[in-house]
Design a protein around this ligand. Sequence first.
Ligand SMILES: [Zn+2]
Length: 443
Amino acid sequence: MELSTVLVLIAAGWAVCLASPIPVNPDSGSDTKPDNRTVFERIEALNKDISTPLQDGDIAYPIGRSTMKCNSCLWDISQNGMVYVPYVISSAYSNIDKWLITDAIKEFETMTCVKFVSRTSEADYLSIESLPGCWSYVSKIGGKQVVTLDKAGCMNYGAIQHELMHTLGFIHEHSRSDRNNYVDILWQNIPPVNQPNFAIRDSNNLDLPYDYGSILHYPSTAFSNPPGRTTILPKPDPTVPIGQTSGMSHLDVMKINKLYKCNLCRTKLTNSSGSFSTDGLSFGQDSSCRWLIETPNQKISLQLGGINIPLSVGCTESYIKVYDGPITYGESFIKDNGVVISPWVRNFYPDNADAVYSIIAPRGYKVSLTFSYFNMEDSVNCSKDYLIVTDGAATIAPALGKFCGFNLPPALVSSGNVMLLQFHSDDQNNSYGFMASYRFVAP
Ligand SMILES: [Zn+2]
């Protein structure tokens, strides 16, 4: 098999799938200010003044027995090889917050055998709550286990994944037992009260390389005083980036899969260019390989070459499937009180996208729609990208409004029991899209 050029996928049969959601979203609600802080800088700032006793900046006690060396502290591996982690989520979160949390959770399912599932009656479970700060316990502690994701500052893709990785049993990367081979700690820039955050732990490193790019790695100036001084210096190359802004690294994915004995073929690609193939890979317990390509604020160009896959009718047996962010556009909503989000995940919506969302209330009710975020290409008469909201079930029903630009549209109410949202983007100048909440109102 040959491969060449930038970003080439070569498959020799069997199921191959590639997904490319991309980072940096406008955070919860309508706050669109860019925030270039690393994930842990956000966490550190948020946890600065909270009263909960924490170790290492965002880890609740007990930590002593943790650090991946305690098998009974891991979540159970089921007979089918999956690891189900039950969770409940506080009703204090808005629908949009909940969507952001489940969006960050989804990647665990895509890339590992860990699946966060709604709790039914399991004794051990995570309770995701919006208490002050951004923190969690390390590994499973038994019973109800709080993970705090403050809706006022922790609704960030990477921060959510950081805390959830703690719950799976992982400590901060710079705390691992062999870290002195890879980083120097500049103690003189760390006030004594914060020095314990840089302690070395007796960790199980899973025979995986030190991961400068881990979502669990502190940034280079963590806990410095005065602020901005270097506290962690990679070696031998001090310019290696540490402390990232997006989400799990490839090694983070591997760590989870190794710790939980997942037999999966998964690769996360975060470099700006590269090539890959199925050469040397064995398809795992789900008979597939997946590559997830993630790059901040850029589009991804993929060129397939050298494909050698046995033909099957409708490509039902062996195939390559390429996903561009959200897999399907459009949805029907029939339950009261929900959220409609345009086709973007954590990046600009795609070119030439059309999505139709229908909101269907019981007969006799009306649909009330309130926008919480709106950011679409602006144009005269909204002739380029737009959202049309119609008062009825058909796309030709009377319009309640056609919207583009950056101002929140007004609240809208249907006259009947159905409201339709038609989203359209043309082939240039994309933006983030919209979020809106709806509810059914009695006549
Ligand atoms: Zn942490």
